[in-house]
Ligand binder design. Structure first.
Ligand SMILES: C[S@@+](CC[C@H](N)C(=O)[O-])C[C@H]1O[C@@H](n2cnc3c(N)ncnc32)[C@H](O)[C@@H]1O
Length: 192
């Protein structure tokens, strides 16, 4: 039988102490579960930008700016729902990897990759991008903030091969001069 929450609460709180104890244990367990779930979801934003997807036309402009082709290996740093890596493979023929910490986005993008039949070309790694091995990249796409870009600049300088193209959406890399800019698409291309 479905009971109204208020009458259920009243019954529990006026019943014997065993039921009251069960109720409080259940309530505390639920609070811990909810707090854990919130931390799990918010975790990536401690390390980088929150999930704000790049509009698809802008994502296409980024890949065009870097002249991505089938010979390329594209890494999207914080790949969100996987739209850039899926586009790099489906429209530009490139092999692509996404690095993403948010477990829900990772799950979502893996399903999307399967739905597009791109499992041979596209992979999502559930990792902190600051710790990922990205040395195989020939193109790197980034949509983070100024502070994160500053830290990424050090990583890219150390780990990426000379000639690797880096395209950043909306935020520049301070101290680097873009070799090409698409003002309309707010995209900046750098070459290591
Ligand atoms: C602004 S969104 C960009 C998403 C995607 N690249 C796009 O253009 O649509 C930034 C993404 O980076 C992820 N992220 C932030 N810090 C991260 C880290 N240290 N390691 C992996 N992913 C991270 C977030 O979860 C979020 O999905």
């Amino acid at each position: 039988m479905v009971r109204l929450p208020a009458s259920f609460l009243f019954e529990v709180l006026t019943s014997n102490s065993d039921r009251q104890m069960e109720f409080w244990i259940l309530l505390i367990a639920l609070e811990f579960f909810l707090a854990g779930f919130m931390v799990w979801i918010a975790w990536p934003t401690i390390f980088g930008a929150p999930w704000i997807p790049t509009p698809k036309d802008k994502a296409r402009s980024m890949l065009e700016l870097a002249e991505v082709g089938h010979q390329d290996t594209v890494y999207d740093i914080g790949s969100g729902d996987g739209r850039i890596i899926i586009m790099a493979a489906s429209e530009f023929g490139a092999k692509s990897f996404g690095i993403e910490m948010d477990p829900l986005r990772v799950m979502w993008s893996r399903l999307a990759i399967r739905r597009h039949g791109l499992s041979q070309l596209v992979e999502v790694l559930r990792e902190n991008f600051f710790k990922s091995n990205i040395e195989n990249a020939t193109v790197v796409t980034v949509y983070q903030g100024v502070g994160v870009n500053k830290k990424l600049r050090e990583k890219f300088s150390k780990e990426l091969k000379p000639g690797t193209r880096v395209v950043s959406y909306r935020f520049r890399f301070q101290g680097w001069t873009p070799v090409k800019t698409n003002e309309e698409a707010s995209s900046f291309l750098y070459v290591i």
